[in-house]
Design a protein around this ligand. Sequence first.
Ligand code: GUN
Ligand code: ZN
Length: 448
Amino acid sequence: MPNSSIAPNSAPPTGIRGSFIDFVDDPFIQDEQASIRWIPDGLLVIQDGYIKAFGNYSQIAPAYDNLAIQTHDDRIIMPGLIDTHIHYPQTGMIAAYGEQLLEWLSRYTFPTEQKFKDKTYALEIAELFLDELLKNGTTTALIYAAVFPESVDAIFEAAQRRNLRLIAGKVMMDRNAPKDLCDTAETSYQESKALIQKWHQKGRLLYAVTPRFAGTSSRSQLDMAGKLLREFPGVYLQTHLSENRDEVAWIRELFPDSQDYLDVYDRSGLVQSRSVFAHGIHLSEREFQRLSEAESAIAFCPTSNLFLGSGLFNLARAKSADSPVKVGLGTDVGAGTSFSLLQTTNEAYKVAQLQGQKLSPLQAMFLATLGGARALSLEDKIGNFDVGKEADFIVLDDQATPLMALRNGSHDHQTLEALCDRIFSLVIMGDDRAIAATYIMGQPAHTR
Ligand code: GUN
Ligand code: ZN
């Protein structure tokens, strides 16, 4: 008789043993000790890509006879990193010299994105882009494609082959951009709708309605985006908000009836719980309150904000206990200067410092993992090692370079304080070299 507790076609479970860290709560709001789960000798049991058991090795192991276990000695195992804002067509134009947002868009970005009408080229960049994500320990991202539906097919096809949990969408843009790069309110609606029907919830893939920003969308196009959200309640909305002072002034001219930048989006029904607004640097208190009430999220993109000279994001305000706004980290490549979310935490720490704020090592790692999952309303699927979640995780090496080995000395995480100090070295010094391995649904997808 087959064992009735084992589903037909189910693979035998496998185990990962090592030192685990994840979050069960928000260390900006709760006590840090109560937010982190640190298991120095832990066992993660995975079956069919999902977490079947998690806890102390000594407690979990006896329940599993003949479990094939892979051990990661002297490493730190964490949930996969989550990038809440990135543009895959901008991969090749990273580090474009000399401009701030609006000039940067017209001088570098628009010409680059024109190339993504060519599906073959789009696929080539999509593969390279996904290699970079995995190399940097990023297992989930919220991604802008270009205006061309072919560019959306390319990123979803490439992600589907790798079984990644990704969210992406076609840029909607019907004015203030080169003609070849513009759609119309109607075609953007029709094309987005067809892409939603083709890709949303196909395996692990999800769709985001993606009006680029208020500067390149007419009111009728923003209304069409709102119509899509009403017709397809599970889809996401991503756009840019209040990134640069000249941009904010321009949006005020384009939409004189709106009380502020966020209100431009609100009037088309775009401010909701699956909405992710990139940047939010120059927001009024009213806009923060409204984002909090709507349970929308902000993607904090420090490497981009510094590179384009956009300004300093007020993280302490966003995470204030009275009216908190969900925050995730975004690399914002190609305005962002690295695919690494560890380099992103490095710059986030400095942005906080410049405003007299403190970003603790655990808060930084929360933003890159469970905080990102919450910002994307995916905390029921990813973000920590809770049983039932998808087994996307990374193995971190805090001695990846001679300098890090010198900094961190022998592996001796005896106390939480000592561990936090090592985590801080990863937050500041870490990059792709510190990612020893990346696992997707329990399978190795990158090994250094
Ligand atoms: N605002 C509108 N489009 C973009 C973009 O591609 N990158 C950034 N950083 N900001 C934008
Ligand atoms: Zn962006």
